[in-house]
Design a protein around this ligand. Structure first.
Ligand code: PMP
Length: 444
């Protein structure tokens, strides 16, 4: 398997030449919150699949729902002139689920990147239908991650995911993120930094001209960029500025929706109602590639008819509204509510965050610890704490490797170790992650 993996797959992030885990880990099984590899090694998956396996790997109700749906209606899409009973039932459930976020309609996709692409397209088309065709630009945050399509790459805030694909969409601008550990203002107070970032946003809007901007897209807690939670005043501030200037607010909740922050959605965590919300990942707990863009009623109504009286939108996927995905999502939603996962995410997240802060007392390699909002945590590693020199790739790779050998799969992203375990984690599992990381840090 190891030899064939290198020979017949193109997956640069897991290629032996480029992988931090060298050779890459070949996962062959998963149960509960644990995964096992081809060598028979079993560890707690502190990555939670890829922030998506919120309920763990053994969710019988989802498996049963998928099997039943495969027997009854294995495929029919919502792309052109058709829909299906299962996806209608899901839409009604999502309408209830997202009612506190002010979102009433769902547009279905096959994953997070598709959800972002859909939201960007909807935003442009929304303004066009309303007679503001000049609103085409997008604003976002540095360090933000919005998937891999060209639209998503254009609003991404990490050079890594952009530069190789240039030229990207014109008219996309990234603003400073409320990242206290490193920011252009040298501001360490979260509230003051939030105000500075909001002022920078206002400044950029004035510079571009409000009437040229379609939407601002942000993650309520920045994820892949290194788990960067903003001050509580930040997202409400963004909402206010967007409303004032007629700019749509897109919440990219591909990671944060369905409980990860300890609230049911990241927007709700901050008391904000976005115009559009991108979801995917945990919507099916990793059992089926599926996503939904949730749309505020006022925005959806603009799409009901264009000036010729026809539905305006020319957008959809072969797998939009896939009934098997919808069945998986329905069962996943029911199970997520039954287990009240945000409550456990908040409790275990607090333990994990406190444990990481304690590790920082003994390991100088830890420059910053971020978390405090459910089960999204990161430690940023440095080779020199005072100078905040980012750690090199080989050293952080060693931490990951030793942590893995000691019982926990963790994720590396730049100088960060990111932790996003299943939300059904126990207190004992939290201790396994912490002790594995402790050994990882001690090894360097
Ligand atoms: N948006 C965010 C915030 C994400 O974290 C991700 C994936 N990590 C995406 C979009 C893209 O999702 P996908 O990988 O399912 O296309």
């Amino acid at each position: 398997l190891k030899e064939h993996n290198a020979r017949s797959m193109w997956h640069p992030m897991a290629h032996p030449a480029d992988s931090l885990a060298n050779p890459p880990t070949i996962v062959t099984g998963a149960q509960g919150v644990r995964i096992s590899d081809v060598d028979g090694h079993e560890v707690v998956d502190a990555v939670g699949g890829l922030w998506n396996v919120n309920l763990g790997f053994s969710c019988q109700p989802i498996k049963d729902a998928i099997a039943a749906q495969l027997d009854r209606l294995p495929y029919y899409s919502t792309f052109r002139g058709t829909t299906n009973d299962c996806v209608i039932e899901l839409s009604e459930e999502l309408r209830d689920f997202f009612a506190p976020d002010g979102l009433t309609r769902a547009f279905y996709t096959s994953g997070g990147s598709d959800s972002v692409e859909t939201a960007l397209r909807l935003a442009r088309q929304y303004h066009k239908i309303r007679g503001e065709a000049g609103r085409t630009k997008f604003l976002s945050l540095k360090k933000g991650y919005h998937g891999t399509h060209i639209g998503g790459a254009s609003v991404n805030g990490n050079a890594n995911f952009r530069t190789q694909y240039e030229p990207l969409l014109p008219g996309c601008y990234q603003l400073p993120a409320p990242y206290t550990y490193r920011n252009p203002f040298n501001e360490t107070d979260p509230e003051r930094l939030a105000q500075l970032c909001l002022a920078a946003l206002e400044d950029e809007i004035a510079f571009q001209g409000a009437g040229t901007i379609a939407a601002f897209i942000m993650e309520p807690v920045l994820g892949a960029g290194g788990v960067i939670p903003p001050h509580e005043s930040f997202m409400p501030g963004v909402r206010e500025i967007c409303s004032k200037h007629g700019i749509l607010l897109i919440a990219d909740e591909v990671i944060t929706a369905f409980g990860r922050t300890g609230s049911w959605t990241g927007s709700r965590h901050w008391g904000v109602q976005p115009d559009l919300m991108c979801t995917a990942k945990a919507i099916t707990n990793g059992y089926f590639p599926f996503g939904a863009v949730m749309i505020a009623e006022g925005v959806a109504q603009v799409f009901e008819k264009d000036e010729t009286g026809r539905a305006a939108i020319g957008h959809g996927y072969t797998y939009s509204g896939h009934p098997v995905g919808a069945a998986a999502a329905l069962a996943c939603l029911a199970e997520t509510k039954r287990l009240d996962v945000p409550t456990n995410a908040a409790a275990r997240g607090a333990e994990l965050f406190a444990g990481l802060q304690k590790l920082a007392e003994t390991h100088d390699v830890i420059g910053d610890v971020r978390g405090g909002h459910g089960l999204m945590c990161a430690v940023e590693l440095v080779s020199d704490r005072a100078a905040k020199t980012p750690i090199d790739k080989a050293t952080i790779g060693k931490v990951q490797e030793v942590a893995y050998q000691s019982g926990a799969m963790v994720r590396v992203s730049g100088p960060n170790i990111i932790l996003s375990p299943p939300l059904v984690l126990t207190a004992e599992d939290v201790q396994v992650i912490l002790s594995s990381l402790d050994k990882g840090f001690a090894s360097i």
